[in-house]
Design a protein around this ligand. Structure first.
Ligand code: SF4
Ligand code: FES
Length: 564
C-alpha cells in the first residue's frame, strides 16, 4: 500500500487522495478553511500550505518542491514527505492567520460560534499572540440573508464554502461574492433570499461565526451543550444527526456525516422540525374515562384499568360468532375471522417498540389484528444536484414497523386503509383497539375516528387529538428524542439511535408501556425497556441488520463549566 510521511509520521492511503485527505483519514491535523469534503477544491485560503518533498521519477531521489504546496489540492504520491511544522510552513500559517484577522472584529465574547470556531482554534494553534495592525478596521454589516440564516459579514474569511454549497449541492446559487479586495463580501442577490430547503447547512460549513442560525442565535453558549447521536425521526430519510441539548432541552440539530445515507447534509425540515418535543400541549398525565368524562390518574391505576378491561373484553367477545366476510384485507379471511383486539402501530415508533406492542396484543389475543399507522406523504421526493433527496414520506419507520410486526407471525400486518375497513366491517369481532400516534402534527383521519366508534379504546400518544379526547384509557408517550431504538429508512437501512433527553415529566416510552402492560396483565415479568435486549428477542437476523454506531454513547462537551 502506498504511503506518505507527514512530519515524520508514515501514513498509508488507497486510491487517489490529496495530502490533506490522507492526513484527515488518519486524524492528523493540517489547518484548513476552504476545503470541505463535500465541495469542490478551490485552494483559496492558503492556510493548508506545507513544504513537500517527493521522489524524482527518474532518479528516485527525494527532491524538495521549491514553493509551498496546497495540501488540499496536491495529490499524495508514494514516498512523499510533507512538513507541516517546518519553519517555512509555520511562517505561512502565521501570515495567513494575521491576514485573516486584520479586519476581523475579534468579538468572540458575543459571537455564537465561540467555542466551535476554526478561526478561534487556529488563532491559538497557528496564529500570532499579538496583532501588528494599527489602522482602523473595515466594518461590514450584519445581513438577514434568509429565513433561517444571518450573515455577520465582518467575521467572514472568504473561504467561499457557502457559495460553493449553493452552487454545487442545492444548485440554487443564492449566495455570491460581491466586491473586490478588502471590500469583498458574501451576499444574496436583491429579492432572492437564501431560502432553499437545505439552507441551514451553510451555517454548519461556515468555519467561522459569519453565517449563523437565527433559531439558535444567543440561546446557549456551545460549551454548555451535550451532543448525542440520533437519526431523523420526522421523515423516511434515516439521516444521521447530532442533537445538541442541555438540561433536558434540545437547542439544535446538526447533520452527522454518513457517506452511505445523508453524506454531510440534512434538510431544514429535519433541522428545525423537532420543536413539538417541547410543545406546551404535550400529554403528560395518564387519563381514564369515568362516567363519560376523562379524568387524570396515576400510572398504577391506568395499568390496572387496562389489565382489568382488555383481557375481559377479549374473553367475552372471543366466544361470539362474528366472522369477517370473505376477501377482508390483510390476509384475514372468512376462514380466519381475526381477533377481538386490534393494535395500530404508528410508523413514528421504533421497531423494538412495534415488536413489543405486537407481542402484547398477541399475548392478550392470539388472533389480534396488527395494523400499521398512516404513513404521511407530502408531494414528491426532491433530489438536489448534489445528490441529497428530501423525501415525500414523512414517517421514519414504516418499513421497520412492518418488519417487526411480521416477525410475530400469525395474521400479516395490515396497512392503515385496510385496518380502518376491517374495523368497520359488519362481521368484525374487534371490540378493543390500542392506537399509537406520536406524529409531530395532526394525523387522525375521519375514517379512523369512525372506525373506533363503540370500541374500548386505549391510546398512546404525545399530542392531543380527536382520538386522545375520546380514549377510554389515555397513556402519554415519548418522542423519538426521548428514547432509544432503531428505524429502517426508505432504503431499508436499519439504524439504531440513543435517547437524547429524558422523557418529559409524566410520560413514558411506548416500549416501556408495552412491557408494563404485559406485566400488569400477568403475561410477563416486569422489566425495563432495553432496545438491545428486544432486538435479541426479534432474532439474530434482525439484530445483525441494525447498524449500531460506536459513537452511540453520550458525548461530553469538550469544555466543562467550572463552578468557582
Ligand atoms: S460566510 Fe462563512 S462560509 Fe461563507 S465565505 Fe464567509 S467564512 Fe466562508
Ligand atoms: S484548505 Fe487548502 S487552500 Fe484552503
Amino acid at each position: 500500500m502506498p504511503s506518505i510521511t507527514i512530519d515524520g509520521k508514515a501514513l498509508t492511503y488507497e486510491g487517489k487522495q490529496t495530502i490533506l485527505q490522507v492526513a484527515l483519514t488518519h486524524g492528523v491535523e493540517i489547518p484548513h478553511y476552504c476545503y470541505h469534503p463535500g465541495l469542490s477544491v478551490v485552494a483559496s485560503c492558503r492556510i493548508c500550505l506545507a513544504e513537500v518533498a517527493q521522489p524524482n521519477p527518474k532518479t528516485g531521489k527525494l527532491e524538495l518542491i521549491p514553493k509551498l504546496m496546497p495540501t488540499c489540492q496536491t495529490p499524495a504520491a508514494d514516498g512523499m514527505e510533507v512538513y507541516v511544522r517546518s519553519p517555512k510552513s509555520v511562517a505561512n500559517q502565521k501570515a495567513v492567520m494575521e491576514y485573516l484577522l486584520i479586519n476581523h472584529p475579534l468579538d468572540c465574547p458575543v459571537c455564537d460560534q465561540a467555542g466551535e470556531c476554526h478561526l478561534q482554534d487556529y488563532s491559538y494553534r497557528y496564529g500570532r499572540a499579538v496583532s501588528r495592525f494599527e489602522d482602523a478596521k473595515i466594518k461590514q454589516p450584519v445581513k438577514d440573508v434568509g429565513p433561517h440564516v444571518k450573515l455577520y459579514s465582518d467575521r467572514c474569511i472568504m473561504c467561499s464554502r457557502c457559495v460553493r454549497f449553493t452552487r454545487e449541492v442545492t444548485g440554487t446559487g443564492e449566495l455570491a461574492v460581491f466586491g473586490r479586495g478588502s471590500q469583498e463580501q458574501i451576499d444574496v442577490f436583491p429579492g432572492q433570499p437564501l431560502a432553499n430547503e437545505m439552507s441551514g447547512n451553510v451555517v454548519d460549513i461556515c468555519p467561522v461565526g459569519a453565517l449563523l442560525d437565527k433559531d439558535f442565535l444567543f440561546t446557549q453558549r456551545v460549551w454548555f451543550l451535550r451532543v448525542t447521536p440520533s437519526i431523523d425521526g420526522l421523515t423516511a430519510s434515516g439521516d444521521n444527526l447530532w442533537v445538541h441539548h442541555n438540561e433536558g432541552r434540545i437547542y439544535r440539530v446538526k447533520p452527522r456525516t454518513n457517506p452511505g445515507v445523508n453524506k454531510w447534509w440534512i434538510s431544514d425540515e429535519i433541522r428545525y422540525g423537532w420543536k413539538f418535543v417541547h410543545a406546551e400541549e404535550r400529554l403528560r398525565t395518564p387519563r381514564r374515562m369515568q362516567y363519560g368524562t376523562q379524568v387524570d390518574c396515576g400510572w398504577p391505576r391506568i395499568y390496572a384499568d387496562v389489565a382489568e378491561n382488555l383481557p375481559r373484553i377479549v374473553k367475552e367477545k372471543s366466544t361470539g360468532s362474528g366472522v369477517v366476510s370473505g376477501g377482508t384485507p390483510g390476509g384475514i379471511s372468512g376462514t380466519n375471522p381475526g381477533g377481538v383486539l386490534a393494535v395500530l402501530v404508528s410508523p413514528m415508533l421504533a421497531s423494538e417498540e412495534a415488536y413489543l406492542l405486537g407481542k402484547l396484543a398477541r399475548a392478550l389475543d392470539p388472533q389480534a389484528v396488527l395494523g400499521v399507522g398512516p404513513v404521511p406523504v407530502q408531494g414528491e421526493n426532491k433530489t438536489f444536484p448534489g445528490g441529497y433527496t428530501i423525501l415525500a414520506e414523512k414517517a421514519p419507520n414504516a418499513r421497520g414497523v412492518r418488519a417487526a410486526l411480521t416477525l410475530l407471525g400469525g395474521n400479516a400486518p395490515v396497512e392503515f386503509a385496510d385496518f380502518t375497513k376491517l374495523l368497520t366491517d359488519k362481521a368484525t369481532k374487534v371490540a378493543a383497539v390500542i392506537v399509537t400516534g406520536n406524529y409531530p402534527s395532526a394525523w387522525v383521519t375521519k375514517e379512523l375516528t369512525a372506525a373506533l366508534a363503540r370500541k374500548f379504546l386505549v391510546v398512546l400518544d404525545t399530542l392531543p387529538s380527536e382520538v386522545t379526547a375520546r380514549a377510554d384509557v389515555l397513556l402519554p408517550g415519548a418522542t423519538w428524542l426521548e428514547k432509544a431504538g432503531s428505524f429502517a429508512n426508505h432504503r431499508n437501512v436499519h439504524q439504531a439511535f440513543a435517547a437524547v433527553i429524558p422523557v418529559c415529566d409524566g410520560a413514558r416510552t411506548e416500549g416501556q408501556v408495552a412491557l408494563d402492560l404485559l406485566a400488569a396483565c400477568g403475561l410477563a415479568a416486569a422489566e425495563v425497556y432495553d432496545p438491545m435486549k428486544v432486538r435479541g428477542q426479534m432474532g439474530a437476523a434482525f439484530s445483525a441488520a441494525v447498524h449500531q454506531p460506536a459513537e452511540l454513547t453520550l458525548r461530553e462537551p469538550a469544555m466543562q463549566y467550572v463552578a468557582l
